[in-house]
Design a binder for this molecule. Structure first.
Ligand code: NAP
Length: 472
């Protein structure tokens, strides 16, 4: 297990020698200590990425791709080891961790395939004797900051397309889950990625981000995390007019129309809502069910939610792991208590288990002013709300500053198009609870962010477009 930072091709401690502990959220056992770096180390990592950029950008795309293919193969080869580390520091069930490693690796493969298809264009000239070329060139140094809830995938979704496009990267992972980031860096080292092309730094986010925002060679800030921090970074990026890509918070509605297959909808709702103990940016935060189907759907949902196995993620039987930390648990408790106080009924769950888990919970009769219907809960709680008409539920679904993901179930083909087009979200799952795939764009509207990761759009985020006008 790597516990040093990877800067300019070297495994290094913090200048001060300071470290901070990484703990298993299920057992509280300390897993290791990683460097507590700050501004000086961040500047050195960014300088290294800037020095490495010209040679990396000039490398034929197939050579960059070959390194990524190698990393992809190693990720699959060592999937069990990477997934176990991920479960230990994040808490998610081992089956989900294996799924995340596959998903994370798929971004590496997709980006490697896409590296050779960053095509430019020629545009017909209006004047005789002129030619217009449109070139796509790598932007330069990318500074990336990632969250703890998908410790591997949020990294590869940025690093792989950036490297494929010819950019170099400095990444700061979340303080709860740096070990997965360092394990990925080790695979890049083994794949002989040149020194400085990728750098991983751990430590205090404020001075590190400060250097990322101030460094003149950084051309792009790629961030996944809360809307609050995303806004801070966007403000900070304004002075240097750095590009920003922001994958932020969500408040997904999950809508069940009365004409839907209620069994499939309940199954989809459980898979979507309770994945990663509800600590997923695109998981349902509000469940709207058409009046006629409300009771039948709620019954099915409760049966499935109450049957979920809660426990240590390392146990193969576990389906719901612990909350990441005390703060995360406290927010869930507050949301449930607030809804209860306002008159909501607890249909199942509703309690803390062994101090770190929250039971899979279904609430009914949740009043509209409840916090859980307005704020991101990030926990295993499904508040069910009845609605009457399509217009009404669309109004409710879109009445939020967030616009990341939305889901709905219907068998009516006309409604499927109408509702998909009317939802103000970057990702819509129509009869589909898991829409995230490497070949499609992932990202939010409104205060859920800007920019897209995944597919050809993910690679486009890391290129500059240059017009070369040629007189013959
Ligand atoms: P967070 O508090 O915003 O932290 C995310 C990252 O930002 C961490 O690396 C964190 O570092 C860093 N950070 C914290 N304060 C910072 C500051 N002042 N300046 C610069 N960086 C700072 O979010 P989180 O609680 O870890 O993650 C959950 C959030 O991420 C949720 O809102 C979720 O919806 C969102 N998310 C969105 C997507 C998406 O694709 N849209 C995907 C996953 C998660 P430290 O860990 O060192 O504090």
């Amino acid at each position: 297990m790597k516990t040093l930072n990877w800067i300019n091709g070297q495994w290094v401690p913090a200048d001060s020698g300071a470290t901070f502990a990484v703990a298993n959220p299920a057992s509280r056992e300390e897993l290791g200590r990683v460097p507590d770096c700050g501004a000086a180390e961040a500047r050195r990592a960014l300088d290294a990425a800037a020095s490495a950029f010209p040679a990396w950008a000039a490398l034929p795309a197939i050579e960059r791709a070959n390194i990524l293919f190698n990393v992809y193969a190693q990720m699959l080869h060592r999937a069990k080891e990477l997934a176990t580390l991920l479960t230990k520091e994040n808490g998610k069930p081992i089956k989900e961790a294996l799924g995340e490693i596959q998903y994370a690796a798929d971004f590496v493969r997709w980006s490697a395939e896409e590296a050779r298809r960053v095509y430019g264009e020629t545009v017909p000239a209006a004047a005789a004797g002129k030619r217009h070329l449109v070139l796509k060139q790598p932007m330069g140094v990318v500074a990336a900051i990632t969250p703890w809830n998908f410790p591997s995938a949020m990294i590869t979704r940025k690093v792989a397309p950036a490297l494929a496009a010819g950019c170099t990267v400095v990444i700061k992972p979340a303080e709860q889950t740096p070990l997965s980031a360092l394990a990925l860096a080790e695979l890049f080292e083994e794949a002989r990625l040149p020194a400085g092309v990728l750098n991983v730094i751990t430590g205090n986010p404020v001075p590190i981000a400060g250097e990322m925002l101030a460094h003149p060679k950084v051309r792009k800030i790629a961030f996944t995390g809360s809307t609050e921090v995303g806004k801070l970074l966007m403000r900070g990026a304004a002075d240097g007019l750095k590009r920003v890509a922001l994958e932020l918070g969500g408040h997904a509605p999950f809508i069940v129309f009365a004409d839907a297959d209620l069994d499939k909808a309940a199954e989809g709702c459980v898979a979507n809502k309770f994945r990663n103990a509800g600590q997923t940016c695109i998981c349902a935060n509000r469940v709207y069910v058409q009046q006629e189907a409300h009771d039948a759907f709620a019954k099915k949902l409760v049966e499935k939610a109450a049957a979920l196995v809660v426990g240590d993620g390392l146990d193969e039987r576990t389906q719901v792991g612990p909350m990441i930390d005390e703060q995360g648990l406290k927010k869930v408790i507050e949301h449930v208590e607030d809804a209860r106080r306002r008159g909501a009924k607890v249909l199942c769950g509703g309690r803390v288990k062994d101090g770190r888990w929250f039971e899979p919970t279904v609430l009914a009769n949740v009043p509209p002013e409840s916090r859980i219907l307005r704020e991101e809960t990030f926990g295993p709680v499904a508040p069910v709300v009845a609605f009457r008409t399509e217009d009404e539920v669309l109004r409710l679904a879109n009445d939020t500053p967030y616009g990341l993901a939305a889901y709905f179930y219907t068998k009516d083909a006309s409604r499927l198009f109408r509702v998909a087009e009317a939802l103000e979200d970057g990702i819509v799952g129509a009869n589909d609870p898991s829409p995230g795939v490497p070949q499609a764009p992932f990202g939010g509207m409104k205060e859920s962010g800007m920019g897209r990761e995944g597919g050809k759009w993910g690679v486009e985020e890391y290129v500059e477009i240059k017009h070369v006008s040629i007189g013959l």
